[in-house]
Design a protein around this ligand. Sequence first.
Ligand SMILES: [Zn+2]
Length: 59
Amino acid sequence: MNLDPTLLEILVCPQCHSGLDVDESTSTLNCRNDGGTCGLRYPVRDDIPVMLIDEATTA
Ligand SMILES: [Zn+2]
C-alpha cells in the first residue's frame, strides 16, 4: 500500500475515534481500540482508505 502519512495522522476510526494502524498483510487499517473493544478493520482500495463502518470487518 502507498498511503499518505499526513492522511494517516488525521484518520480515526469512525466508530470509536481511536487511531489506526496500517496492516500491510491484509491491506487494512486496523482500529487501535484505545480503551475499547471496537477492533474494526477498514479496507484500503487502490490506496484509498474506505472509512465506512458498513465496509469494515471485525478481527
Ligand atoms: Zn474503532
